[in-house]
Every structure is written in structure tokens, then in C-alpha cells.
Design a protein around this ligand. Structure first.
Ligand SMILES: Nc1nc2c(ncn2[C@@H]2O[C@H](COP(=O)(O)OP(=O)(O)OP(=O)(O)O)[C@@H](O)[C@H]2O)c(=O)[nH]1
Ligand SMILES: [Mg+2]
Length: 193
């Protein structure tokens, strides 16, 4: 699968206003600052497409990007950002749960991004359970694999494979492009081309 065109469609705030037409969605979930926006940029090879930042809490809306006029890549706000008030966090988490479960969206994949060095935290496992409840197809993307020592990284990836035995687990770096081909292959296997 080659990505030929990509354009920003809209940022969804409430539960109304999901973009039309309703095309298949690939959505990127993960903790705040784990690199969701950066992964989208690396995938479409456009640096500033999805807005990323070194300060957590950058993405605040459910941002839709139209790819090749037939799919949406969806960049989500991160959960677990400590510097927000409990009230704001609860509201955001409710919104993410609603999105993960809504029947209005035709999910092709949900990509759960975790930090390759840190692994899956409780909040990631909770999110994963939510996906299972709704029967979503999940890919675990271990991002920032360019950081840390080689041995620790291998152990951490192995642990993820044990924790999520039924999902593809992909070692990834939005910075170096490692894993990009594997992710593309997994998202769009040859028969779907
Ligand atoms: N070394 C390294 N840094 C990365 C990688 N991916 C993202 N980053 C950095 O991590 C920080 C957060 O990246 P974002 O893409 O904004 O993360 P996000 O998950 O979209 O964050 P929120 O929208 O705030 O939830 C930025 O400083 C990125 O440059 C990676 O693969 N390797
Ligand atoms: Mg972001």
C-alpha cells in the first residue's frame, strides 16, 4: 500500500460531527506524549501533518486525516496526562471510551501505541480491554525504539508479545522510520491492495 494523498479533514470535539462519508478508520490511541502524532507523520511522510510537540497534551481533538480518498487515519488525544485537572482528564477519558466503542465508526484497526522502553502501563491495559470488549482489531506499536539499550529493548518487546499474544506487536520509531514497512504491511496486507 502506497500513501499517495493525505489531507486534514476535521477535528471532532463532541460526539456529533464525525466526518462524512463514513470511510474505514485506522485510529491511533496511547498515553499522552507516546508519539501518536509523530507516528502518523512518519507514516504519511509529512513532518507537520499531525501536530506533535515535546509538551504533553498537544492533541486535544479527534483529528481526521483522509488518505488516498478512501481511508481515515485518526489522531487521538492521549490519556493519562498528569498535568490536567481530574475533571478534564475524566471528561477526556469518557470521550475516548465513547469513540472506541461507537458503532458509527467503521474501525479497520486500532493501533495502541506504547513506549518501547517503558512497555504497557495499567492505563494501556485498560484501554486494550476496552478494545477487546468492542471486538476491535488491535495492533500494538512499540514506539521510540531508537531510545535505550539494545538488550533492554529486546526484553521489553518480548514482554509485550507475551502480554498481547493475539496481536501483532511492531517495533517502531517515528524518528528513524524503523517498522514503517511492517506497519504498512500489517495495516494493508497484499490481498487488500
Ligand atoms: N526519540 C524518539 N522520540 C519520539 C518518537 N516519536 C515521538 N517522539 C517525541 O515524543 C514527543 C511527543 O510526540 P507527539 O507525537 O506529540 O506525541 P503524542 O502521543 O501525539 O502526544 P499528545 O498529543 O500530547 O498525546 C515529541 O517530542 C516527539 O518528537 C520516536 O520514535 N523516537
Ligand atoms: Mg498528539
Amino acid at each position: 500500500m502506497e500513501i499517495h494523498t493525505v489531507q486534514f479533514v476535521k477535528g471532532v470535539i463532541g460526539s456529533e460531527g464525525l466526518p462524512k462519508p463514513s470511510l474505514p478508520v485506522i485510529a491511533f490511541f496511547g498515553r499522552s506524549n507516546v508519539g501518536k502524532s509523530s507516528v502518523i507523520n512518519s507514516l504519511v511522510r509529512q513532518k507537520g501533518m499531525a501536530r506533535s510537540s515535546s509538551s504533553a497534551g498537544r492533541t486535544t481533538e479527534i483529528n481526521y486525516y483522509l488518505v488516498n480518498d478512501v481511508w481515515y487515519l485518526v489522531d487521538l488525544p492521549g490519556y493519562g496526562y498528569a498535568n490536567r485537572s481530574a475533571e478534564v482528564r475524566a471528561k477526556l477519558e469518557k470521550h475516548l471510551s465513547w469513540y472506541a466503542g461507537t458503532e458509527e465508526v467503521d474501525f479497520l484497526w486500532v493501533v495502541l501505541i506504547v513506549d518501547a522502553e517503558i512497555g504497557a502501563k495499567d492505563s494501556d491495559k485498560k484501554t486494550f480491554e476496552l478494545f477487546r470488549e468492542y471486538g476491535r482489531n488491535v495492533i500494538i506499536l512499540a514506539n521510540k525504539a531508537d531510545k535505550g539499550g539494545r538488550n533492554d529493548m529486546m526484553k521489553s518487546i518480548q514482554k509485550l508479545r507475551e502480554e498481547f499474544p493475539l496481536c501483532p506487536v511492531i517495533r517502531y520509531s517515528a524518528k528513524t522510520g524503523e517498522g514503517r514497512n511492517e506497519l504498512l504491511q500489517t495495516l494493508w496486507p497484499a490481498e487488500r491492495k
